[in-house]
Design a protein. Structure first.
Length: 212
């Protein structure tokens, strides 16, 4: 059973949410109280299924997850296709006997793991770092989506030219390769760089890496 009710459609979105999944009611309650005491919005659940059934708002988020849960391992959340749904950072809570499992979690992409018992401030600092990372990932995605949209707006010829520019070819080499005049290549190159808002060849390379 979930500790946190589902948010009503009329509720305003919080700036960020910290999710807690732990089947121990005492630990769940203690974590919720701690995080709320420092102004964090918390949603707590006693099972992975309840967590996954919750309609998560599109805001900065991270998850505090106990590695060992009744009936399932916390590592389940790092398996496909579940991993595709939970894209924000996961902080695992582990006992001293779960170090091997924690290493597996880190290799599978966990943001961090903390061994019980831990200091409250250490957890709060780790959560702050996780939310910062989620912000960075979201910003990177916005930039990548914008570049993808711009790249899709290039004409076929502009794409051909700018991809060869990114490979390091000179205008004359591109002209020979595409059977075009050098003047035509310069026009397509200038148009493509203008659309991509790229000021140099290294800038072109960096941007194209985000769409390929």
């Amino acid at each position: 059973m979930k500790d946190a009710p589902r948010a009503a459609a009329s509720d305003s979105l919080p700036e960020s949410v910290v999710y807690v999944v732990d089947d121990d009611a005492a630990i769940r309650g203690a974590l919720t109280a701690l995080l709320r005491s420092v102004g964090l919005q918390v949603r707590a659940f006693d099972s992975i299924d309840d967590f996954l059934s919750f309609r998560m708002p599109d805001v900065l988020s991270c998850l505090i997850l106990d590695v060992r849960l009744r009936g399932a391992s916390g590592l389940t959340l790092q398996q496909q296709p579940v991993k595709d749904r939970v894209r924000f950072p996961i902080i695992f809570l582990t006992g001293h006997g779960d170090i091997e499992m924690s290493v597996k979690a880190m290799k599978a992409g966990a943001f961090d793991f903390m061994t019980k018992p831990f200091k409250d401030q250490d957890l709060i600092d780790t959560i702050a770092a996780a939310l910062k990372r989620d912000r960075e990932v979201r910003q990177e995605k916005i930039i990548a989506d914008s570049i993808r949209q711009t790249y899709d707006s290039l004409t076929v010829r502009e794409r051909e030219v700018i991809l060869l520019v990114a490979e390091g070819l000179l205008n004359k080499q591109i002209a020979d390769k595409l059977c075009l005049s050098e003047v035509t290549v310069k026009i397509h190159r200038a148009q493509a760089m203008r659309k991509l808002n790229a000021r140099s060849v290294p800038d072109v390379v960096r941007k194209l890496q985000q769409v390929q």
